[in-house]
Each structure stands twice: as structure tokens, then as C-alpha cells.
Write a protein that binds this ligand. Structure first.
Ligand code: ATP
Ligand code: MG
Length: 158
């Protein structure tokens, strides 16, 4: 697990924008953290990095917003208001999680049983100076993203 201290929303968006360059079809990002912790702000930076021109907002009431007209499509989900896990089945979630684009899920802990085997988990924590991101990559492809962003070498730490 690596930690990032983030002083502002802009800085957070910049990190996300850089991360976007290292994503791939079928990438799964699980975002967790309290209300207002920065999940949507992060998603906005990611969207920008993937080529979305408008500022995106949270799909709280629709569960998903998809941006298909990109080289790497973006599926932005918010499962805060999900009442039953079957709603994810109705949505056909597997088409997204294992599809051609990047899936980003706000409040991902609410559907933890549906996460793919490999994923990048990002937890947003409030601190007086801003936010601390705890990033936990599961699987080599996700470790590589963190290595690209930070220079941290997972293979040397095994
Ligand atoms: N260091 C920081 N990182 C991220 N956001 C910050 C930071 N400092 C201040 N903010 C502000 O905190 C708010 C974060 O809101 P955001 O909608 O991204 O949170 P969220 O986790 O998506 O909340 P929700 O659970 O309601 O969807 C924004 O208004 C942003 O400008
Ligand atoms: Mg949000």
C-alpha cells in the first residue's frame, strides 16, 4: 500500500489525470471514503486524462454514466444509493467490469463481492492538511501503475 498526501482538489485531479495514461481495457478502480472525501474530484481528473472535455458529475441517481467516445471508454459508477445487489445485475455490470473501458466505482465497498480478482483500491481519508490517499494495488498490472506514478518498486520488496 502506498500513501499520497494531497493538499488540494487540483492536486488530486492532477494525480488522477496522470494515472489515466497508464490505464487499460478492463481496468477496475474502487474508490472509497466518506462523503466529500474526493472520489468525484478524483474521477473528474481521470476523465480529463482519458479525454473527456466537459466536467463530469457523479452518477448518484443513475448508478452509471458512460463515456464511450474515447480511445479508452470510461464507465463512472456511484453505488452509494444502491439498495439491492441485484440492481448491479440489472445494469449488466459484467459488461462494464470486463469490457473495453475503465470502470471507476465510487462507494465501491458497497459491492465488494462483485469486484474483479484484480483491482486498484483507493481510499480517501480526511486530514487537517487535506486528504491522504491510501492506494492498494491488487495484481501486477495495478502495481505497475503505482510504480509509474511514484517510482516505488514492488518487485524489489517481495
Ligand atoms: N485535498 C483535497 N482533495 C480532494 N478534494 C478536496 C481537497 N480539499 C478540498 N476538497 C474539496 O472537497 C470536495 C470533495 O468532493 P467530492 O464530490 O469529490 O467528494 P466525494 O468523495 O465524491 O463525495 P460523495 O461521497 O458525496 O460522492 C470538493 O468540493 C473539493 O473541492
Ligand atoms: Mg462523489
Amino acid at each position: 500500500m502506498v500513501k499520497f498526501a494531497v493538499k488540494s482538489a487540483n492536486e488530486l485531479q492532477y494525480i488522477a489525470e496522470r494515472m489515466a495514461k497508464f490505464l487499460f481495457p478492463g481496468a477496475f478502480l474502487a474508490l472509497n471514503g466518506d462523503l466529500g472525501a474526493g472520489k468525484t474530484t478524483f474521477s473528474q481528473g481521470l476523465a480529463k486524462g482519458l479525454g473527456v472535455e466537459e466536467e463530469i458529475s457523479s452518477p448518484t441517481f443513475t448508478i452509471i454514466k458512460q463515456y464511450d467516445e474515447l480511445e479508452l471508454p470510461l464507465y463512472h459508477m456511484d453505488v452509494y444509493r444502491l439498495e439491492r445487489a441485484e440492481e448491479m445485475e440489472d445494469l449488466g455490470y459484467e459488461e462494464y467490469f470486463y469490457g473495453d473501458g475503465v470502470t471507476v466505482v465510487e462507494w465501491a465497498d458497497n459491492i465488494k463481492e462483485l469486484w474483479p480478482e484484480e483491482y486498484l483500491e483507493i481510499r480517501f481519508n480526511y486530514v487537517p492538511e487535506g486528504r491522504i490517499l491510501e492506494i492498494n494495488p491488487k495484481g501486477r498490472k495495478y502495481e505497475e501503475i503505482i510504480e509509474e506514478l511514484t517510482g516505488y518498486d514492488y518487485t524489489k520488496r517481495r
